[in-house]
Design a protein around this ligand. Structure first.
Ligand SMILES: [Zn+2]
Length: 269
């Protein structure tokens, strides 16, 4: 997760270019300094720790200006609409009306929302473009038939509370309580939605299950080509609530993939 400007390799086109600031998730869901306090991971030879929290959005320098603009016309607005609708259904007054809190009748344009999410993830982890250049091209091409590579799985959960984070490749292992693993290629937690791009191959069982294995599998959302919105319940039968592993908490051991693995944040109402 690159948090400073300058030239670098674009996470979508792979070219060496000036990298531009991208809000992940989009600013209009409340990802701005009025509502968000962020703290980057700081690494040193002694290990990783969390920097101090300061007012500011979750942002990343991972895409060139051209690639950064690809999703601003339709995909990011579809994401913003979906986020706000889920947020509305999860308000206490609305939630009482839902028969089953894990079944939310929100409208969603799956192809547009998935493109917005995946472009953000390719900004968070520039190794994705190296490993999946053809899929990166499909994400860039507005008319392409898109299909998530078989080795990848995109997962969706609900998350409550104030903890938000965006991260690249990093491994969390729960060492106290139930054995669990969180090993995303990229993840985006911003209440009420959490997204994780992970390997579709199961992790070695000795490490415990990957927490996103229980989440809704939305890997095929990117194949929807139309702007048509559908009822979320027609796409996923139920959505789990999940909590992000707490960096620095006793029960989780964290193994870093690269120097700046994630940015943590608090979202205030
Ligand atoms: Zn680019």
């Amino acid at each position: 997760v690159r948090t400073a400007p300058g030239p670098g390799r674009c996470g979508l086109c792979g070219q060496q270019r000036q990298l531009t600031l991208a809000h992940v998730p989009p600013r209009q869901v409340g990802n701005h300094g009025g509502r968000v306090q962020r703290a980057p991971w700081v690494t040193s030879p002694a290990g990783a720790k969390l920097g101090s929290f300061k007012a500011g959005p979750l942002t990343v320098y991972g895409l060139c200006a051209d690639c950064n603009n690809l999703t601003s016309g339709m995909d990011d607005p579809a994401y913003i609409d979906f986020h706000k609708e889920v947020e509305r259904y999860l308000r206490p007054t609305m939630r009482r009306l839902l028969l089953e809190p894990t079944q939310i009748p929100a409208r969603v344009a799956p192809g547009l929302v998935a493109r917005s999410v995946l472009a953000g993830m390719f900004a968070l982890n520039d190794r994705l473009q190296e490993h999946y250049p053809e899929f990166a091209d499909e994400l860039r091409d507005s008319g392409a038939d898109r299909r998530l590579p078989d080795e990848l799985s995109l997962r969706l959960a609900l998350t409550s509370g104030s903890h938000a984070r965006v991260g690249g490749p990093v491994m969390f292992m729960r060492v106290l309580g139930t054995r669990e693993l969180h090993s995303p290629f990229a993840d985006i937690w911003f209440p009420p939605l959490a997204w994780c791009l992970t390997s579709s191959r199961p992790a070695p069982s000795s490490l415990g299950p990957e927490i996103s294995d229980r989440w809704a599998d939305v890997s095929d959302w990117i194949r929807y080509r139309t702007e048509t919105t559908v009822d979320l319940r027609d796409l996923v039968r139920r959505i789990e609530f999940a909590s992000a592993p707490q960096f620095g908490a006793d029960e989780w051991v964290t193994m870093l993939g690269d120097s700046m693995a994630a940015v943590e944040a608090r979202v205030v109402a």
